[in-house]
Design a protein around this ligand. Structure first.
Ligand code: C2O
Ligand code: CU
Ligand code: CU
Length: 533
């Protein structure tokens, strides 16, 4: 069941990579061995058997669609901690409490290498689903970790290098919801009034089968964009509600589409949470931008609506830059290729309709205080006035981070950080770079593994629909923007990823490792300033 051979093979490949990469090598403190056998002293509160497997689900009228889907069985724990969604390719919703110990025995039953990543969770390096841990069909990987995150809407998805985009697209994604005492005391809607909404776009052929990239390089450059907007895996999604307040947990689970969400009737969006859980207090926006992998939690109060009335959550049109894309090309490049864009990034459309179905006498009032938020102080960073800067640039038709692309086990000198320190990281999306597309700009949703960070400042803002408050693990940078983050590397040494969460960008290599030194894990630097060409 456990795959030691594969691990050894990968270690060998990694070692070779270090010799040729001219970067740095490292010693893993605990070693991936820890991931391979159940630890004797680990007593799980939740024990889950999770599989990635082929399935057929009805999505459009007519034939079912072939998908890959996460399926799970609860071996131990509260039955409410695993809920299966009907008629969807999405994986089951996993629910855990802060402080619980979780064991997940993952088996790969798809005809592809894969591994599972727990997006947003603070877990040890060998529990994080790094692509170096991929397993082939028929093999298993054992996850054991304690949930240390605060309450929030996290998620899980595959993370094999180069093929994450197609695997998530094929259906492999699910929610991982964490709750804690603070959240329970906040006075938020629960049960049927607490609704997860995963927004994704897909394209189908005449036989209702999923269509991914056409093979055009340009399409990978912009990222996949589908012309069907699905919510929880369903088209034309209708949310039946009562006259009551709701907690709507939104996840943008799309490969590359960005949404500019607003209520159709123009009423403001009340945001109560982001990637890392509840905000200190609710904030209001006319609209909210949500990039791939970001989460937003809304307070939606339908208590003053008449039974029978309807509203809708829409995505407003916006300018996504020169490379707006679209399934058959689009924007400027579509024009150059002589094709019409099908729903390019930035097009307007309806996401879901809300129908008020029944009267409910009671409702809830929006709490003015949601959670305790203790912000980081920039003065506590090791480099307060001197951020580590990462330029999001295209080189030789590939999106890069500072001109570097992913290498399985390599880290550059400036990608090595010390455990229990805080740094200021700056991401700059102001164009530049070389090659035909050098002057082109695109949005990039930047994600850091293993931690939640804070947004220190954002400049060059073209959109006021960002929710930069609270704890974040993914931030959207529209063309012309730069953002400074306060990042603290707590608890866990080892190798973690940071990358663009436009999955086609990630797959082409817009991803790098960072290495947390501590507890005996060290990155031996050969050339601290080395950069890959
Ligand atoms: Cu949601 Cu590295 O990923
Ligand atoms: Cu992640
Ligand atoms: Cu990108």
């Amino acid at each position: 069941m456990i795959n030691r051979r594969q691990f050894l093979k990968l270690t060998g490949a990694g070692a070779a990579g270090l010799l040729t990469g001219g970067m740095t090598s490292f010693v893993n403190a605990s070693g991936p061995d820890a991931a391979l056998k159940p630890a004797k002293n680990f007593v799980p509160d939740l024990d889950i058997d999770l599989r990635a497997a082929p399935a057929q689900v009805p999505i459009l009228p007519g034939s079912s669609t072939d998908v890959w889907r996460f399926e799970a069985k609860l071996l131990k724990g509260d039955p409410a901690s695993l809920t299966r969604l009907e008629r969807t390719y999405l994986g089951p919703v996993i629910r855990a409490q802060t402080g619980q110990k979780v064991r997940i025995r993952f088996t790969n039953n798809i005809a592809d290498n894969t591994i599972v990543h727990w997006h947003g969770l603070h877990v040890p390096a060998d529990m994080d689903g790094h692509p170096r841990f991929v397993i082939p069909q028929g093999e298993s990987y054992l996850y054991e970790f304690e949930v240390r995150n605060r309450a929030g809407t996290y998620w899980y998805h595959p993370h094999p290098h180069g093929i994450t985009g197609p695997q998530v697209y094929s259906g492999l994604a699910g929610l991982f919801l964490v709750s804690d005492d603070e959240e329970k005391a906040a006075g938020l809607p629960t049960g049927e009034y607490d609704i997860p909404l995963v927004i994704q776009d897909r394209a189908f052929d005449k036989n209702n089968q999923l269509v991914y990239l056409s093979g055009h390089r340009m399409e990978q450059m912009t990222g996949f964009l589908g012309d069907w907007i699905l919510v929880n895996g369903q088209p034309d999604f209708i949310l039946p509600v009562a006259t009551h307040a709701y907690r709507l947990r939104l996840l943008n689970g799309s490969n590359s589409r960005i949404y500019k969400l607003a209520w159709q009737d123009g009423s403001p969006m009340t945001v109560i949470g982001t990637d890392g859980g509840l905000l200190e207090k609710p904030v209001q926006r006319r609209y909210v931008m949500i990039g791939p992998a970001e989460r937003l939690e809304l307070w939606a109060d339908f208590s003053r609506q008449a039974v029978g009335s309807e509203t809708a959550l829409v995505s407003l049109p916006f300018d996504a830059g020169a490379l707006a894309g679209g399934r058959r090309g689009g924007g400027m490049m579509g024009g150059m290729m002589g094709s019409d864009a099908v729903l390019p990034n930035g097009a307007g459309f309806s996401v879901l309709r809300v129908k008020v179905k029944r009267q409910n006498k009671e409702t809830l009032a929006l709490p003015q205080r949601l959670s305790e938020f203790e912000g980081y102080r920039v003065g506590d960073a090791v480099n307060p006035g001197n951020p580590k800067t990462f330029h999001l640039i295209m080189q030789q038709m590939v999106w890069t981070l500072n001109g570097r692309i992913f290498q399985m086990e390599a880290v550059a000198g400036d990608e090595v950080v010390q455990m229990n320190t805080m740094e200021v990281w700056e991401f700059v999306n102001e164009g530049g770079g070389m090659g035909m597309m050098g002057m082109m700009n695109m949005p990039h949703p930047i994600h850091l593994h293993g931690l939640q960070f804070q947004v220190l400042e954002r400049r060059g803002v073209m959109h006021d629909g960002y929710v930069d408050e609270g704890w974040k693990d993914t931030v959207l940078l529209m063309p012309g923007e730069r953002i400074r983050l306060l990042v603290r590397f707590a608890d866990y040494p080892g190798l973690f990823l940071y990358h663009c969460h436009n999955l086609e960008h990630e797959d082409m290599g817009m991803m790098r490792n960072y290495f947390v030194e501590g507890n005996g894990a060290t990155a031996k630097q050969k050339s601290p300033t080395a950069r890959e060409a």
